[in-house]
Design a protein around this ligand. Structure first.
Ligand code: ZN
Ligand code: ZN
Length: 291
């Protein structure tokens, strides 16, 4: 994937709705207040690495250089549809390997990919981002996004970047929408338009944590709407969220977009929580439980 050089002036390419402006203002207020206080604390009490507690010298604002290097990217073999890494203890993955879940119940989206495994330093970083309300974490994550997309062979030319929306009340409580911030960075990295108003979350949902795959799908059903199908029809969409676990949320969002005539829908998340690992308890929607 060719990553464009130099800054991308994106304002003329964004598709705004009223939420976008509010989110940017809330984010700026939040960052201003926290930024000043954090700078003061940093001066008096230098913070250590969020994950290993050692000095951050040479690293980012939140992780030391060693923990940054240890962020585990998801690499092939993985399901060419949902992107879940193949379990090579019993799978014999080929280039077009399709996992059992996708063969049995295909998703509405065309494919999903994640930057890294939802564990260790990346899990800690995302948790800090969401649960401790630290949008500044995106600054540490941005180089990883650039590295990741540079390594990909797919082309997203002609795609629109759409964040999986948060329910408006929750966004106001948190003062920012993590998926929007990730999507904005993805759009900037790939030089694609950010289309924040295409999808709307119309109802609150219970926490997805500790729910089975079927329960998650039922819980999220009907949570999204498309107000203007004419703005969705024919568009290829890169749907962005923070963490994907069973794919129920992305699938429900993709279903509504496809019903409105969307073309290809690719999903990208920062992290993938694996159902056969030890990390499913802390999926994307845990934020809904905590806030
Ligand atoms: Zn560290
Ligand atoms: Zn799959």
């Amino acid at each position: 994937m060719n990553i464009p050089n130099g800054p991308i002036i994106q304002s003329d390419k964004q598709i705004f709705d009223s939420r976008t402006g509010v989110m940017i203002i809330l984010e700026k207020i939040s960052r201003l207040g926290r930024g000043t206080f954090a700078s003061f604390l940093d001066l008096v009490f230098p913070r250590n690495c969020l994950y290993c507690s050692n000095s951050r010298k040479g690293g980012g604002d939140f992780l030391c250089a060693l923990c940054q290097q240890e962020i585990a990217y998801i690499e092939p073999p993985y399901c060419h549809c949902c992107g879940v890494p193949a379990d090579i203890s019993y799978d014999f993955p080929t280039e077009n390997f399709e996992c059992a879940g996708c063969r049995k119940n295909p998703f509405f989206f065309d494919c999903a990919r994640s930057l890294g495994h939802y564990d260790a330093a990346l899990k800690k970083l995302i948790g800090h981002f969401k649960f401790c309300k630290q949008p500044g974490v995106m600054k540490d994550l941005a180089p990883f996004l650039a590295d990741y997309f540079r390594s990909q062979e797919e082309s997203w030319e002609g795609f629109y970047v759409v964040p999986v929306p948060l329910y408006f009340r929750r966004m106001k409580e948190r003062t920012f929408d993590q998926s929007f911030l990730i999507a904005r960075e993805v759009a900037r990295t790939l030089g694609l338009p950010l289309a924040n108003g295409l999808l709307r979350r119309v109802r609150d949902t219970d926490s997805q944590a500790k729910k089975t795959k079927a329960e998650r799908a039922k819980n999220i059903k009907g949570a999204f709407e498309v107000d203007r199908p004419d703005r969705v029809a024919g568009k290829n969409i890169l749907l962005v969220d923070d963490v994907m676990t069973t794919g129920a949320t992305a699938n429900e969002a993709a279903k509504m977009l496809k019903r409105s005539g969307a073309g290809q829908i690719h999903v990208f998340t920062l992290a993938r929580a694996l159902p056969f690992g030890n990390v499913i308890e802390s999926a994307s929607d845990k934020a809904d439980q905590i806030i």
